[in-house]
Design a protein around this ligand. Structure first.
Ligand code: FES
Ligand SMILES: [Fe+2]
Length: 357
């Protein structure tokens, strides 16, 4: 790995080395240390509402199973079978027991081995002591998070001021409505860098630029998250629908290290999760949550929101994929930051350097 000394003073700092965005070695470290050591959004508790409800997900290099146990508690454990690494569960659904797809070892909802067929007589193996390694799982409102690291900050510490600042928006009432994946040919950090600054809005997003007060746009950073403030100018249904009387239209944009974005509008929430697919590929998963998904006319309203997000997203994808190709240039290694506009990116690079150290 190319060395990188993070400079805390924004006006002197340089960006992460280009090789950190493309080398397989750097990518493995991202997966192990960053994705393997941070709180990761895994889903909505509607998907885990009763005993046996489960979902599977990939976090870094781990295949993870999240399930509501017989005791009503959420459990997260490795989905890699103790026998020869088959999958204990696939997809999502409801089960009272998990049967490995390979040779049929049977596990209970807490990851304990119940049965290993035709295993009598195996020496130095105690089936009663065999269980899947468990991970930390916690919830914020109706959202579930998993952390593969056995120790470290709790989810509440990790989120800092976000739950109290967003409490008036009633996020815990929001139910899942739609999901859409965009596949982007760039390193996950290129996409996050791009999300964390409004510096490119005047040039790259003319539609969005027309809706916000760019002069008033600012970013504030905290320990593990940052927030972008975009005051709204003029009339826009996206920001005004659902506003209480006398409330000023404002969108709240939070980013939580490393890969979670919460775009909070007056009447709905749009979550983005950025999933690394390889050194030079990622999936950006868009999830929409509304308080009442059954509401008549919601589909048309969502369609309108989606069209707008899609326009901005297409513009961002083009930027990110161009940057990714250019990070292979022999004539570019690192850049500098605008002190007025890129403090959020600088903050992110500090966290990356901290976790990869
Ligand atoms: S790998 Fe799971 S039963 Fe063999
Ligand atoms: Fe953008």
């Amino acid at each position: 790995m190319e060395p990188y000394a993070f400079e805390p003073e924004l006006a002197r700092a340089v960006t992460l080395p280009a090789s950190w965005y493309r080398d397989p070695e750097a990518h493995r470290l991202d997966l192990r240390r960053i994705f393997g050591g941070t709180w990761q959004f895994v889903g909505h508790t509607d998907q885990l509402a009763k005993p046996g409800d489960y979902l599977t997900t990939i976090i870094g290099e781990e295949d993870v199973l999240v399930v509501q146990g017989e005791d009503g508690r959420l459990w997260a454990f490795s989905n890699v079978c103790r026998h020869r690494a088959g999958a204990v569960a696939q997809g999502c659904g409801n089960r009272r027991k998990f049967q490995c797809q390979y040779h049929g070892w049977l596990y209970d909802l807490e990851g304990k081995l119940l049965k290993a067929p035709e295993f009598e007589g195996v020496k130095d193996f105690d089936p009663a002591a065999c269980r899947q390694p468990a991970f930390r799982v916690e919830t914020w409102g109706a959202w579930a998070f998993v952390n593969l690291a056995p120790e470290g900050p709790s989810l509440a510490e990790w989120l800092g001021s976000i739950p109290s600042e967003t409490a008036p928006r009633g996020l815990e009432r929001m139910r899942p409505y739609k999901a859409h994946d965009f596949h982007v040919a760039c390193n996950w950090k290129v996409y996050v860098d791009n999300y964390l600054e409004g510096y490119h809005i005047p040039i790259a997003h003319p539609g969005l630029f027309g809706q916000i007060d760019y002069k008033g746009y600012r970013t504030e950073t905290a320990r593990w998250h940052s927030q972008q403030f975009a005051p709204i100018k003029g009339a826009s249904p996206l920001y005004e629908r659902g506003l209480a009387e006398g409330q000023a239209p404002e969108a709240l944009y939070y980013w939580v290290f490393p890969n979670l974005m919460l775009n909070i509008y007056p009447d709905h929430v749009q979550v983005n999760v950025i999933l690394p697919d390889g050194p030079e590929a990622c999936t950006t998963r868009f999830l929409w949550f509304y308080p009442d998904p059954e509401k008549p006319g919601l589909e048309a309203q969502w369609q309108e929101n989606f069209e707008f997000s899609r326009e901005v997203q297409d513009e961002d994808i083009l930027l990110c994929e161009t940057v990714q190709k250019h990070l292979r240039s022999a004539h570019y290694t690192q850049g500098r930051f605008s002190p007025q506009r890129e403090n959020g990116v600088h903050h992110f690079h500090g966290l990356v350097a901290e976790y990869l150290r």
